[in-house]
Design a protein around this ligand. Structure first.
Ligand code: NCD
Length: 307
C-alpha cells in the first residue's frame, strides 16, 4: 500500500487506516530484523539523514532499518561539519541533499522546519522531530507498543506525564491516541502544560483533555502512562529549568497504586523521571519501544519509497 501523502511530517498526514497498516507492516518486519539477513526490498535506494539536533535512537534506527532492507544511508549527524556551519539555509541544504538520495529524514530545532523542507524538496521528507513540534515516527512506535501490550488501541485511559509543553513526542501522541479514544489525561508541572492550541484542537475534535497535577489521584485508572523528560534545552534560562527540574519521578512506591497491567512508556532518553528499579517490572515498556522503532521505520521507509 502506498501512503496518500508523499511526506511524513505530522501524524495527521496519515489516515487512521494508514496508521494501522504501518503497524501491521512493522510487525511483519520483525523476522527480517531478527534474522540477521538483509532483504532486497530497498536495494539501490539511498536514505539521507540530516540531524541538526542530537539523536541516538531515531537516527540509528532509521539507518539500521535502511540497511536491513538492502538500502544505503548517507548522513550528516553533526551539522557543524557541513555547510550549515557556513550559513547555508535549510532550503539550500535540502535542494542539495535531494540530489544524492531518494528520501530525507530530518531533525531540526525549529518548529515547522520539516513542513518547510517538504515544500522545497522533490524527495519525501520524514520529520524526525522539529523543535517542540512533532515526531510522527516516534508516535507510530508508541502506538505499536501499546497495541502489542494492551491488545488494542481503543478503550484505553492514556496519561501523558511531564513536559507536555516543549515535548514533541507527546504532541504527536495526543493527536494519534485520541483517534482511538475520547479522552486523554495530561499531568504536567506548572508552566509545562499541553499547549493551549493543541488542547483546543483536540476539544474541537470532540475529545476530552483532562489536565491535572495529581498523578497519584488518577494513576489507578490509567492503562498507559507515557513519561517524558523535561526538555531542558528548550528553556529560556537555567533558572527556569531549575524551577521544574526533578519535579516528578516514577518509582516502585508510586507504581503500587497502578493497575497490574499498566504500561509505562518513555521515548527516551530519560534523566531522572523513571527510577532504574522500574526497568525490572512488567510495567516497563521503553525497551520494547526501541526495537519497535526499528520495525516501524522499516515499514515507513518501505511504504514511502514504494514505486
Ligand atoms: C525524543 C525527541 O527527540 O523528541 N527522543 C526520541 O526521539 N526518542 C524525546 C526527548 O528527547 O526527550
Amino acid at each position: 500500500m502506498k501512503l496518500r501523502s508523499q511526506n511524513l511530517v505530522s501524524i495527521d498526514d496519515l489516515t487512521t487506516e494508514e496508521i494501522l497498516t504501518i503497524i501491521d507492516r512493522a510487525k511483519k518486519m520483525a523476522p527480517i530484523a531478527r534474522s540477521g539477513k538483509v532483504s532486497t526490498l530497498l536495494q539501490g535506494r539511498i536514505l539521507a539523514t540530516l540531524f541538526y539536533e542530537p539523536s541516538t535512537r531515531t537516527r540509528l534506527s532509521f539507518e539500521s532499518a535502511m540497511a536491513r532492507l538492502g538500502g544505503t544511508t548517507i548522513s550528516v549527524a553533526d551539522v557543524s561539519s557541513s555547510s550549515v556551519a557556513k550559513g547555508e539555509t535549510l532550503a539550500d541544504t535540502i535542494r542539495t541533499v535531494e540530489n544524492y538520495c531518494d528520501i530525507i529524514v530530518l531533525r531540526h530545532p525549529q518548529e515547522g522546519a520539516a513542513r518547510w523542507a517538504a515544500e522545497v524538496a522533490r524527495v519525501p521528507i520524514v520529520n524526525a522531530g522539529d523543535g517542540s513540534g512533532h515526531h510522527p515516527t516516534q508516535t507510530l512506535l508508541d502506538l505499536m507498543t501499546i497495541q502489542e501490550s494492551q491488545g488494542r488501541l481503543n478503550n484505553l485511559n492514556v496519561g501523558m506525564l511531564g513536559d507536555l509543553r516543549f515535548g514533541r513526542t507527546v504532541h504527536s501522541l495526543a493527536y494519534a491516541i485520541t483517534r482511538f479514544n475520547d479522552r486523554i489525561y495530561c499531568i504536567a508541572p506548572e508552566g509545562l502544560e499541553l499547549p493551549q492550541e493543541i488542547a483546543a484542537d483536540l476539544k474541537a475534535r470532540g475529545k476530552q483533555v483532562i489536565q491535572t497535577r495529581d498523578l497519584l489521584g488518577i494513576l489507578p485508572q490509567l492503562d498507559v502512562l507515557y513519561v517524558t523528560r523535561i526538555q531542558k534545552e528548550r528553556f529560556p534560562s537555567p533558572a527556569d529549568y531549575a524551577r521544574v527540574g526533578g519535579s516528578y519521578r516514577v518509582d516502585l512506591a508510586l507504581l503500587e497504586h497502578a493497575k497490574p497491567t499498566l504500561d509505562v512508556l518513555h521515548p527516551l532518553p530519560r534523566v531522572d523521571e523513571i527510577a532504574p528499579e522500574v526497568d525490572q517490572t512488567k510495567h516497563a515498556k521503553y525497551f520494547a519501544q526501541m526495537f519497535n522503532g526499528l520495525l516501524v521505520r522499516m515499514a515507513v521507509l518501505s511504504m514511502l519509497l514504494e514505486a
